[in-house]
Design a protein around this ligand. Structure first.
Ligand code: NG6
Ligand code: CA
Length: 531
């Protein structure tokens, strides 16, 4: 299938962007010298999860409205197939695989972003922006042993956020409490919090010992402390008054996001809004439960869409739509069973979370990192579809360029100024990008190379070993649990796919194109040397 046929089949538009309004961007003074920036980074939302991306049996009218008024990207990438490395790369403009130890963090992990490292927040702050985080953090806190009852630092406020309302890691990890800047919200000093990832603390029931108490059964891991009928990864005790309710989390975060907009409506601001949806545990508010056609996981998509709608409505109410660049994206590809038996697999029906791409979250294939990305700035940028190759690692320099902020020397080494592409003025995206899952891969507009000898980290792990029939069976069974019908299991040491004719990554053509293999492996080697 060539690109045009492929686009036709999957409802993608190959038409050039409508660039009406784009010229005005640079010639007319904006009402504000510096536009507000709202980055909405959703969790585990796949390419096929939104109706504007051709999602089956799902309706996301608010996100679709962004796409109708802005630019919808078909080849946009998170930098990793899991959250922590992906978010690190986006915020710092540095590929996470350059450093050791950047993997999905427990809730008590220490702060990952070193003091002094530039982030989108610190760069925009230096240009006079008010900077806010609302939502999931998952980049570590403190310097080692965190005292949850005292001052929690360093954290988001030490890397550029003026105001941060967040939780530490994921909704399925302890501690299940909100933090505002440096302290746990609603903490009763008489009921102090203790957290451990290595041993049971306190005497509360756990998923392991007391499964009969669960309102949502676990399928893997997640057998620690039961909070609100759902057992989590890790153990906690205390902090009863501070614990969140899963079903109200989306509303709580969206309320905070809207309050931040309102409080800063007269001053340029960056809002980094990171909803927990649609990560597990899937526990939507009653308003959304059972409302979708594809099960509880899809119910959380409806909830996410509603949150996006509320943020846009708040911008509208304050007359800020023409002063605000909004970006919507996701931190990694989709997963269906991520450790809880919530019936998501059985109720999925025809919905295909990763769209036409192979694999999903955790996967080295396109489904792991090819995510929705929409940019919207009413009346200021063109609207249409862009097939340019773009990466979240470029946000830092692109946004710095937009607001004329200085990026400190030696920082954000992997970030490129791709502002014209993000604003729909150019369709010429990146020449290449390196992505990480368990292994590194490299993409150009045409090719994708997976190199199983290259592992993330400063000191890449042991060289790849050829799979045995048994190891392939185990890997395949594991993948199938995450994404029904997945074909993601180890095949060869080097894989090369011609994405334009083989978007599903089914035919490894490495043997036919040794020169392309050498060139792409050379790109990874050169990037590693530049560390
Ligand atoms: C995995 C968890 C998964 C999820 C993921 C992080 C198990 C079996 N699986 O280890 O449920 O929490 O980590 O997701 O415990 S991410 O989107 O933050 O990367
Ligand atoms: Ca994620």
């Amino acid at each position: 299938m060539n690109r045009r046929e492929f686009a036709k089949q999957f409802g993608l538009s190959t038409a050039a962007l409508t660039l009406t309004g784009t010229q005005k961007l640079w010639s007319e003074p904006t009402r504000k010298a510096k536009p507000n920036i709202v980055v909405i980074l959703s969790d585990d939302v796949g390419y096929g999860d939104l109706s504007c991306y051709g999602g089956i049996n799902i309706a996301t009218p608010n996100i679709d409205a962004l796409a109708q008024q802005g630019v919808r990207f078909t080849d946009a990438h998170a930098d990793a197939a899991t959250c922590t490395p992906s978010r690190y790369a986006m915020l710092t403009g540095q590929y996470a695989w350059r450093r050791d130890g950047i993997q999905v963090l427990p809730g008590d992990a220490k702060s990952l972003i070193e003091p002094g490292r530039a982030t989108i927040a610190s760069v925009l702050k230096s240009a006079g922006y008010a900077t806010g985080l609302v939502g999931k953090w998952h980049l570590g806190l403190g310097e080692g042993a965190i005292d949850w009852n005292g001052r929690i630092a360093p954290g988001p406020c030490e890397v550029g956020f003026d105001d941060a309302f967040y939780f530490a890691a994921t909704a399925d990890r302890v501690p299940t409490v909100y933090i505002h800047n440096h302290t746990v919200v609603n903490l009763d000093p008489a009921d102090p919090i203790t957290v451990s990832y290595s041993r049971k603390v306190g005497d509360e029931p756990t998923g392991h010992d007391d499964p009969e108490l669960l309102k949502m059964k676990l399928s893997e891991g997640h057998d620690g402390t039961i909070v609100d009928g759902i057992s989590r990864i890790g153990f906690m005790t205390g902090g009863k008054a501070a614990r969140w309710t899963d079903e109200t989390m989306a509303k709580t975060f969206t309320d905070k996001a809207c309050e931040f907009i309102q409080a800063h409506k007269d001053h340029p601001f960056l809002l980094y809004f990171t909803p927990s949806d649609i990560h597990v545990p899937h526990a939507p508010a009653a308003q959304f439960a059972d409302k979708s056609e594809c099960g509880i996981r899809c119910d959380t998509i409806l909830q996410l869409d509603d949150c996006v709608g509320r943020v846009m409505q708040t911008l509208k109410e304050h007359n800020l739509l023409e002063d605000t660049l909004v970006l919507f994206t996701s931190d990694n590809g989709p997963v269906v069973n991520d450790g809880y038996n919530d019936n998501s697999v059985a109720t999925l029906g025809a919905h295909r979370p990763a769209g036409q791409w192979r694999g999903g979250k955790y996967s080295v294939y396109e489904g792991g990192t090819r995510v929705p990305l929409i940019t919207c700035w009413q009346g200021r940028i063109g609207h249409g579809v862009s097939n340019a190759l773009v990466s979240q690692v470029d946000l830092l320099r692109s946004l710095a360029s937009l607001v004329d902020a200085r990026v400190p020397a030696g920082q954000a080494q992997d970030s490129q100024d791709e502002l014209p592409v993000l604003l729909g003025r150019s369709q010429r995206g990146r020449e290449s990008l390196i992505e990480e899952a368990l292994f590194l891969s490299v993409r150009t507009d045409r090719w994708k190379l997976v190199d199983r000898r290259q592992r993330p980290g400063e000191h890449p792990g042991p060289a790849w070993k050829a799979p045995t029939p048994e190891s392939m069976r185990v890997a395949k069974a594991q993948e199938d649990r995450f994404m029904p019908g997945s074909v993601d299991y180890p095949e060869a040491e080097i894989e090369l796919y011609d994405i334009l004719v083989d978007p599903g990554e089914t035919h490894n053509v490495a043997a036919q194109h040794p020169e392309i293999v050498a060139k792409l492996r050379g790109l990874i080697a050169a990037a590693r040397r530049a560390s």
